[in-house]
Design a protein. Structure first.
Length: 185
């Protein structure tokens, strides 16, 4: 029989898509109220791998990734996704009820990047309350690698570089005593 051990904390990240980058400070303030200080912000990148969000959010989309200083337990992923859905609703256009931001929470561990989703698929595991988890990237031979189901933008070198950098921050937190303590809900 395997011995049950406590899980290692993970680094919470959000991928944020918007056509209105001026909203990001307010959005980040809102999610920081819940998850603490942001310790990494990626460059603002053009989001042009799909037109999926254009009808609702608008054209000229950009994506940015943020990471949080306080590490979390991986079992917080579903409640994090439910919270992000609430924040998206707070940033809807009054006239159309369309979102102005899309928030994709996930986490980075030493071996993988996991994203939360409300959509089921063969490669996703049900967590709870309508939320699924997907291992989007795996870490092997000093870098992240895609799976056959990985979104095209997550396969780009720009994104891989960002996630490798965030993982480096995470690994430093894990190695440092007293840094990156797990938040207790």
């Amino acid at each position: 029989m395997g011995q049950i051990r406590p899980c290692q904390p993970v680094k919470l990240i959000f991928g944020v898509i918007t056509a209105v980058p001026d909203l990001l400070d307010e959005v980040y303030g809102r999610i920081s109220d819940r998850f603490g200080q942001i310790d990494y912000t990626s460059p603002l990148l053009p989001f042009n791998h799909t037109t999926y969000y254009e009808d609702e959010i608008g054209k000229g989309l950009h994506r940015q990734f943020v990471g949080f200083e306080t590490l979390i337990s991986p079992d917080e992923l579903s409640s994090t996704k439910l919270f992000s859905n609430t924040v998206e609703k707070e940033f809807t256009r009054v006239d159309t009820e369309s979102r102005q931001v899309n928030l994709d929470p996930g986490y980075i561990s030493s071996s993988k990047l996991v994203l939360a989703s409300t959509k089921d698929h063969a490669h996703r595991i049900y967590l709870q309350r309508g939320i699924y988890a997907e291992i989007t990237l795996r870490f092997h031979c000093k870098t992240f690698h895609a799976w056959e189901w990985t979104y095209p933008d997550y396969q780009t070198q720009a994104y891989i570089d960002i996630f490798n950098h965030i993982r480096g921050i995470y690994m430093s937190q894990i190695r440092s005593s007293g840094v990156g303590t797990v938040r207790i809900q």
